[in-house]
Design a protein around this ligand. Structure first.
Ligand code: KMH
Ligand code: ZN
Length: 274
């Protein structure tokens, strides 16, 4: 079986210090949280950035500051900026970090309810536009799919040339408004992607570790981090993103799966060496 790629989604756009005081806002806090995850075994950092007061932003300069600061201490790590940003942002606002030519970035493959009155909007034309920009800029998309229909959308747009193969999916499971985080739905999602595709699974909240275990056994890859879940176990707040990654490494060790380095992750995902 391929080695296990662990992605750490250290920050997100919605989670706050009220949920967990270790959620990073400042550049220094982002470096601390990324560092804890990398040292525990993460080879990819999925990155959102904030203003110092916690306000989510897609500002290119803020991304550059944080990415440069992480790479200064961890030159090998793969940094995957979000192009999802936060609900309500415009397309061009969201695309700003792709101007920094990262190796990877997320590409969200459909619209969904996002709690209360919020709608995370990704029309077909938006997905095409983001796909074109990523091809133009040589960026490998991590196709964020919150439902099975979004896999179908990615495959359709792949046939039309907006997304290249082999595709890499992120099954985000357990968002209110998206597919649930049950094992039945996981099997449905992983059985719906092409044979040459890779995937990672991001279980939201209590689904994080059960779905991590499922992906470890299945030969998939795993995403954990404060963006998806702030608790290390029921009722216990995680001390750091690194603590969440350590738990995945323990599960992988028990289940006989080795952990990929950033260089090995690049090879598995077909990224150019940095
Ligand atoms: N914050 C969500 C609205 C992504 O990173 O591409 C979108 C999100 C997806 O987190
Ligand atoms: Zn994200």
């Amino acid at each position: 079986m391929e080695k296990l790629i662990i992605t750490a989604a250290i920050c997100g756009a919605e989670v706050t210090k009220e949920h967990n005081p270790a959620v990073p806002y400042t550049v220094e806090e982002c470096v601390r949280e990324a560092g804890s995850a990398i040292e525990a075994g993460a080879s990819i950092i999925h990155l959102h950035v904030r203003e110092d007061d916690g306000t989510p932003t897609q500002d290119k300069n803020r991304f550059k500051l944080v990415m440069d600061a992480i790479h200064a201490q961890y030159p090998d790590v793969i940094i995957q900026p979000s192009t999802g940003g936060a609900v309500g942002m415009t397309n061009d606002e969201r695309l700003q970090p792709t101007e920094l030519n990262p190796e990877m970035a997320t590409l969200d493959c459909g619209t969904l309810n996002f709690g209360g009155d919020e709608i995370f909007e990704n029309t077909e034309n938006t997905i095409k536009y983001f796909g074109e920009k990523m091809i133009e800029r040589g960026i490998k998309p991590e196709l964020e799919v919150f439902d099975k229909s979004m896999i179908d959308m990615a495959l359709r747009l792949g046939k039309k040339g907006f997304i290249k193969s082999p595709m890499h999916f992120d099954f985000v499971m357990g968002v209110n408004g998206g597919i649930s985080g049950t094992l039945r739905d996981f099997v449905f999602m992983r059985g719906s992607i092409p044979a040459d595709a890779t995937y990672t699974v991001a279980g939201i909240g209590r689904f994080e570790f059960p779905l991590a275990a499922a992906a470890i056994i299945d030969g998939g890859h795993v995403r954990v981090g404060f963006e998806d879940n702030t608790m290390i176990s029921r009722g216990v707040v995680a001390e750091s993103n690194g603590q969440l990654v350590e738990k995945v490494v323990r599960l992988a060790n028990e289940l006989g799966r080795e952990i990929a380095t950033p260089a090995e992750a690049r090879e598995i995902l077909g990224l150019k060496a940095r």
